[in-house]
Design a protein around this ligand. Structure first.
Ligand SMILES: Cc1cc2nc3c(=O)[nH]c(=O)nc-3n(C[C@H](O)[C@H](O)[C@H](O)COP(=O)(O)OP(=O)(O)OC[C@H]3O[C@@H](n4cnc5c(N)ncnc54)[C@H](O)[C@@H]3O)c2cc1C
Length: 568
């Protein structure tokens, strides 16, 4: 460990504790970064990089976490939002992969973030008499057995055709002979990654978002640091590192090449999800719909229906993949095979697209490229840099652990990961606050359902919102035009959750951009006015933020207006 470094954060005036991320904290961490030699610099604040930063800092290492944009701006806010064991990998007999993913799923639900990760049922509709029930049931039984130790989710249930109708009134009874229900866990990816970053900051990690790594420092063949650009000021900084972890997802191959090696490439594959109105489907369980070439899943997410996903190549820009009309129609058509009351585009509230970081090839010296599991790869090179790619959201903690093990091993550091027992921000006092819904509902004048979601978003940190409302009573009420959210949440987003733009607040801290049928265009000016004083925005800046948000929403929602086309 670097003796010169300390993980004692520099608490600024606007930080209640070190988990609070905001412009003052960012500036402080940036200034510290230019004078330190970090044990580990992590590039990328998606779930993998955030997990790696937390893993490293809780081993007592000095850590800097960087991202070109916002926390979870890449794939980690565009997933299917499910911690899952991967039932379909059982068909490929990949038992180890499934067992690991189930362990992680259960850890999230029971220990690490029970406020964010919740057991959720999924219904597998049976369409063939006799053989399908024992076949699918046996697979789900193995799945259940693997989850017995964790004990975090209920076991499978079987339904007759009639029983199915009771649980899924929307089901087309003429298509099904019965169903099998199994369980995984739903979560909020952007807010979970945020919780990871805040937990890492609380442990002393320095966190600087909107600071892309634009170049690398070298001593001979060894990478000894990074050059970053502060996109807020245009200034460049050089930062020294004993070890660098490249967790840049779909950009990881480009980063490795810039650092001086070229041993793998990423093939981005696009996946689209649509958020449907709560009343679009009558069901008390999620539903699996087998499509010709994939599986479409409808899950209950914050009371809405999240339906996905597609799988098509994407050759456009990596930063802002968008859904096309054909993607949306493909999702709805395949779901409609199983529904008596068909869903249509008029049921769609919002839509988003993400890119899977699929590892295309790993070239070079096969021995030097250690694939620690079939699911993800830890790739050394150039000297001083370790890349972590592939995998899935559910297994981020293992990926992070493997990456940190590999990154610090050459430094002679032998500490082990402790993240399996470390609750994230929002989870520490969860048992004390999980039943406070009725008090919060009467305090804030919110519906019980909305308070439940408030608790899911913030966990025990709901106490921070109460404190904000105590200090300024005008914040302790639902936001007009977005009444599922408390006004204080918008202020909290910029004061404690590191949001630096209107897009950050409306897309990732809240999800109003997909929850409101107008893409949150109407409420955006009010939100901008509420957060502007905390970010020092002028009138001109507010207009720029509104324009940037409007442009993003136009692009993301174009698919909902476009004419229907054939899915490729
Ligand atoms: C449609 C879809 C559905 C999915 N559903 C699920 C699911 O339900 N469950 C599940 O377990 N998994 C799911 N996955 C997989 C999962 O979402 C991804 O594996 C995971 O989010 C990848 O995270 P990451 O941190 O590796 O990458 P990312 O989240 O993309 O993070 C990479 C980060 O690197 C940053 N970066 C890039 N270049 C630079 C630079 N030069 N300097 C600084 N920072 C840089 C980016 O800004 C970005 O924030 C899904 C994936 C997709 C696409």
């Amino acid at each position: 460990m670097n003796e010169l470094n300390s993980n004692v954060p520099c608490l600024s005036a606007d930080q209640v504790d070190a988990t609070w991320l905001n412009p003052a904290q960012r500036q402080c961490d940036l200034e510290t970064a230019r004078t330190q030699v970090f044990d580990v610099v992590v590039i990328g604040a998606g779930v993998t990089g955030a997990g790696a930063a937390l893993d490293a800092v809780t081993r007592g290492l000095s850590v800097l976490l960087l991202d070109a944009g916002d926390i979870a701006v890449g794939t980690s806010s565009r997933s299917g939002k499910t911690f899952h064991g991967g039932l379909r990998y059982l068909e490929q007999l990949n038992f180890k992969l499934v067992a690991h993913a189930i362990q992680e799923r259960d850890l999230m639900v029971k220990t690490l973030c029970p406020h964010i990760a919740r057991p959720e049922s999924f219904l597998y509709p049976l369409t063939h008499a006799w053989w399908e029930r024992p076949y699918v049931g046996a697979g789900v039984l193995v799945y259940d057995i693997m989850g017995l130790k964790g004990g975090a989710v209920p076991l499978q249930r079987h339904f007759s055709r009639k029983g199915l109708k009771e649980h899924v009134p929307s089901i087309d009874q003429s298509r099904v002979v019965g169903g099998i229900q199994y369980f995984d866990a739903l979560m909020d990816d952007a807010r979970h990654t945020l919780a990871l970053v805040r937990t890492a900051a609380g442990q002393g990690a320095r966190v600087v978002m909107r600071a892309p790594v634009v170049d690398f420092l070298h001593e001979g063949a060894r990478v000894t640091g990074v050059q970053i650009k502060d996109t807020q000021t245009g200034e460049h900084y050089t930062i020294a590192a004993r070890s660098i972890i490249n967790a840049a997802g779909i950009w990881a191959d480009e980063l490795q090449q810039r650092a001086g090696a070229n041993t793998f490439s990423i093939q981005p594959a696009k996946g689209v999800h649509a958020l449907l109105k709560a009343e679009a489907i009558q069901s008390d369980t999620g539903i699996l719909a087998r499509a010709t070439d994939s599986v479409i899943i409808a899950r209950r997410w914050y009371g809405y229906w999240l339906v996905g996903t597609t799988d098509t190549p994407w050759a456009g820009g990596k930063s802002n993949p968008v859904a096309e009309a054909a993607d949306v129609d493909y999702l709805l058509d395949n779901l409609n095979h199983y529904l008596a009351r068909k869903v249509s585009r008029s049921d769609v509230l919002g839509v988003f697209a993400g890119l899977r970081p699929l590892l295309k090839s790993v070239g070079g010296d096969a021995d030097a490229t250690s694939a620690l599991s079939r699911d993800h790869a830890v790739i050394p090179g150039p000297v001083g840099m370790t890349t972590i790619v592939g995998g899935k959201y559910t297994t981020y903690r293992r990926m992070a652990r493997d990456a940190v093990d590999a990154a610090v091993q050459p430094l002679g550091i032998k500490t082990a990961s402790v993240t399996a027992t470390l609750p994230l921000v929002g989870a520490q006092q969860w048992n004390n606050v999980r039943n406070t819904g009725p008090q919060l509902a009467s305090r804030f004048g919110m519906l019980p359902m909305d308070v439940e979601r408030l608790l899911q978003r913030h966990g025990d940190r709901v106490s921070d919102l109460v404190a904000l409302a105590d200090a300024d009573a005008s914040l302790g009420v639902p936001m007009p035009g977005a009444i599922h959210y408390l006004k204080a949440e918008f202020v909290y987003a910029v004061r404690a959750e590191g949001a630096l733009s209107l897009v950050d607040v409306l897309v990732r801290r809240t999800h109003l951009s997909i929850e409101l049928p107008d893409g949150a265009r109407a409420v955006a000016p009010q939100v901008a006015a509420l957060i502007a004083p905390h970010l020092g925005w002028s009138h001109d800046r507010i207009q720029k933020e509104l324009m940037a948000f409007g442009k993003l929403i136009d692009a993301e929602r174009a698919a909902l207006q476009a004419a229907t086309t054939q899915h490729p």
